[in-house]
Design a protein around this ligand. Structure first.
Ligand code: SF4
Length: 396
């Protein structure tokens, strides 16, 4: 296809595709899908080889948020039966982080629900970063604490944070339909504050919230303009008890097209498959590794992910390798990645969501597709009941 040849050529040169080209990727047919994956794979291999970076989420504070993000199980008024707890102690967070690092994670993402941190919260996270780095000095730490006030990004950087995550989530035009308690501009401002403080900016999106192809292209072009080092791509996990509980409108094919579009628009950036990987890509997850160069290991913030061991086996079986702490993530022209320029996190999204021998959740015989929209799918979403905030061992 001329389209794919053009996109590969541009991706290898870090040239920006046109909006029409990005839209055309989303409009490709199932017959063309493997060609789309192969084309995105060429760009991925140019900048990231066959490496897969593993990231590990630690939910420092879960639920009870005053904001109303419709996709989030921790939102104001959420009826989702998630774990709810206030700030973990630094040593508790450090213990949870250590499990992820032992499982192969190179980056730990410290996430807290809420509109944004108080200065006291920033101090608490600074102590947590110190506790984590004193145990594992090579680990990259990304904070994801919501909207930042002046000076907070600098304080986090000074405390040893490598990165800051704040997702744009959806297009500016539809932002008000998803959240009313803050704006798209507020989110842009926080990403810019993180950047300006020398933190590696991590900012991504959530697909599957009823947005149009044009909205998806808009948010990805908006992200490219902000120039984050990492872009988490979340696929909505429609949590029971949230306003988007019935938005089951993604297929594995659609997810692959979205990832490919992100790769073509942001060719040399860490593209991370975030929440919803197991639920929406299901048995097509290994194909997505040909496009994205990063995933979360273990559980998500409020839902369970595939067993950590299954992730490692999948990476090896698909012919990829886990990126080590001695390997730089980003290409040289971007500074090589965390530690040198940086740092990431999926507010992973404060809704980021994953499931294990979650055999129930990924069973292909129960899979639904976009042809049966509108039903709740409690069989595909397992609420997290282990790890941080519980007495049970984490999944890593
Ligand atoms: S995404 Fe973050 S700010 Fe929005 S409701 Fe969830 S925890 Fe609160």
């Amino acid at each position: 296809m001329d389209l794919l040849n053009t996109l590969v050529d541009k991706g290898l040169r870090r040239a920006l595709p046109s909006r029409e080209e990005a839209l055309a990727v989303l409009a490709t047919t199932d017959d063309e899908l493997l060609d789309v994956v192969a084309a995105a794979g060429k760009v991925r291999r140019q900048w990231f080889g066959r490496r897969v970076k593993l990231n590990y989420l630690v939910n420092l504070k879960s639920g009870l948020c005053p904001e109303d993000c419709s996709y989030c199980s921790q939102r104001l008024g959420s009826k989702a039966e998630i774990l709810k707890y206030t700030w973990l102690k630094p040593e508790e967070a450090s213990k949870a982080a250590a499990a992820g690092v032992a499982g192969g994670a190179k980056r730990v993402c410290l996430v807290a629900s809420g509109r944004g941190p108080t200065d006291k919260d920033v101090d608490r996270v600074a102590r947590t970063i110190d506790a984590i780095k004193s145990e594992n000095e090579d680990v990259e730490v990304c904070a994801c604490l919501g909207l930042l006030s002046d000076g907070q990004a600098e304080r986090l950087r000074g405390a040893g944070a490598d990165a800051y995550n704040h997702n744009l989530n959806t297009s500016e035009a539809t932002y008000g339909d998803i959240t009313t308690t803050h704006t798209y501009a507020d989110r842009v401002d926080t990403v810019q504050k993180a950047h300006a403080a020398g933190l590696s900016a991590c900012s991504g999106l959530i697909a599957g919230m009823g947005e149009s192809d044009a909205d998806l292209v808009d948010v990805v072009f908006g992200l490219r303009e902000l120039d984050p080092d990492s872009v988490p791509v979340n696929f909505l996990i429609p949590f029971e008890g949230t306003p988007l509980a019935k938005e089951w409108n993604l297929t594995p094919q659609r997810c692959l097209r979205i990832l490919a579009m992100v790769r073509f628009v942001c060719p040399d950036v860490e593209v991370r498959i975030a929440g919803g990987r197991e639920v929406h890509l299901r048995s097509m997850q290994p194909l997505a590794l040909h496009i994205a160069n990063s995933i979360f290991l273990g559980d998500y913030l409020t839902s369970e992910g595939q067993a950590g061991r299954a992730d490692l086996d999948m990476i090896a079986d698909a012919g990829f390798e886990v990126e080590g702490t001695d390997q730089v993530t980003l290409p040289e022209h971007r500074g090589g990645g965390c530690g040198s320029v940086c740092g990431s996190a999926d507010e992973a999204p404060a809704d980021g969501t994953r499931s294990d021998e979650r055999s129930d959740a990924v069973r292909t015989d129960t899979v639904r597709t976009a042809d049966a929209p509108g039903e709740a799918r409690t069989d595909l979403v397992a609420v997290r009941r282990r790890g941080a905030g519980t007495d049970l061992a984490p999944n890593a």
